[in-house]
Design a protein around this ligand. Structure first.
Ligand code: HEC
Ligand code: HEC
Ligand code: HEC
Ligand code: HEC
Length: 253
């Protein structure tokens, strides 16, 4: 009996070290910003009303949400974010067909990417919600409760553009024959409801995969369908041979 227990314990430890993705309910997931979180990043100074940890409230509310789904509880960031606009980008060259004008702040970034940027802009207070009193944050974050080290979108992979068959066939394959091969078929990583690539195409905001070798230790990495590693996510849109040396995806100033 005791021996079985020890074997089970060893098995459990082996299994958990092989797979170490943290759901948002885990105390060490940085997107768990409740007072009960165990990490050293931003979190609430006190337990919130009702005595519960209220993990979801920083991003979602059941009532009086923003017009954007899914029941979004944050104000839009007012920061300006010019997107990546390399002159050679096919999606940029045919603006008429793709609409991708990297500097047009009225259109870009959009969708779920703007939701991420309502915290990851280095300016908006994390505890300020759309609905509900502002949440006081803990420790160093009491007065300076914004995220430092923001993602510079002008030097990051393009986002918020429409990735549909028309764009792939008529824009990408005309301008970039053979270089960045992009498939016409169904891809595994998610586009948003309007068919656009967003932060959420590469990152899953709920589950932190950083401790997990299966996801190459990447933060909040997308693992859906066949996309179970860094390259699987990229190769969904770019064929393996063409992204032999992946570039840095974001430059943090
Ligand atoms: C740090 C911000 C953040 C927190 C905290 C958060 N979510 Fe989300 N959630 C998001 C974003 C962003 C999306 C939109 C994803 C998309 O568009 O692909 C989302 C989408 C969802 C959806 C729609 C289905 C899906 O997965 O796209 C559900 C359901 C959901 N969240 C539930 C929860 C619950 C329950 C909690 C608390 C335990 C929670 N979320 C905490 C950011 C968050
Ligand atoms: C409610 C605020 C909030 C929203 C909304 C939010 N995040 Fe975060 N995110 C954080 C905080 C706080 C951290 C931890 C940063 C720290 O410790 O300095 C974090 C960490 C991360 C990290 C790990 C990097 C690191 O330095 O720890 C990634 C990747 C990330 N977020 C992606 C996203 C994406 C993608 C979205 C949208 C789908 C999103 N976040 C939405 C607050 C937010
Ligand atoms: C093409 C895939 C891709 C997209 C789209 C993407 N990311 Fe990332 N992100 C990565 C990768 C890969 C890393 C790991 C570090 C690196 O390579 O820069 C990362 C790292 C991060 C980090 C940790 C800091 C760092 O750079 O190490 C944050 C925060 C983050 N991403 C937020 C975002 C936000 C917010 C968006 C949307 C505005 C976004 N990401 C869109 C792939 C992506
Ligand atoms: C949803 C599809 C999709 C995913 C997933 C994706 N990309 Fe891309 N990528 C594109 C499109 C579309 C372009 C724009 C090509 C153009 O306009 O010429 C692009 C452009 C690029 C470029 C060229 C930039 C330039 O200046 O020419 C590189 C390099 C790249 N992606 C690498 C990656 C890497 C690495 C990953 C995984 C972390 C990734 N991509 C994930 C669709 C995707």
């Amino acid at each position: 009996m005791k021996r079985n227990f020890i074997i089970n314990l060893v098995l459990l430890l082996t299994l958990s070290s092989a797979s170490y993705a943290l759901p948002i309910s885990d105390k060490d997931n940085p997107h768990n910003m409740s007072n009960l979180a165990g990490h050293s990043g931003p979190k609430a100074a006190t337990t919130l009303a009702g005595g519960t940890d209220r993990i979801c409230v920083f991003c979602h509310t059941p009532h009086s949400a923003a017009a954007k789904s899914p029941l979004w509880n944050r104000k839009d960031s007012v920061t300006v974010f010019p997107l990546y606009g390399d002159a050679d980008l096919a999606i940029k060259k045919d603006v008429g067909r793709t609409g991708y004008d990297a500097s047009d702040q009225t259109k870009y970034p959009n969708g779920a990417s703007r939701m991420c940027l309502s915290c990851h802009d280095g300016a908006t207070s994390i505890g300020v919600l759309l609905t509900g009193a502002p949440i006081a944050m803990d420790g160093d974050f009491v007065t300076n409760d914004t995220i430092t080290g923001i993602v510079d979108l002008s030097t990051s992979h393009p986002i918020s553009f429409n990735y549909n068959a028309d764009v792939v066939a008529n824009v990408l394959q005309t301008y970039k024959p053979g270089s960045y091969q992009l498939p016409l078929g169904v891809i595994d990583v998610p586009l948003d409801g309007a068919g656009r690539m967003q932060c959420t195409t590469c990152h899953d905001p709920h589950e932190d995969t950083r401790g997990d070798v299966n996801y190459d230790f990447l933060p909040f990495w997308r693992h859906q369908g066949n996309a179970t590693s860094y390259s699987d996510v990229c190769n969904d849109c770019h064929t393996a041979s063409t992204v032999a040396t992946p570039p840095p995806i974001h430059n943090i100033p």
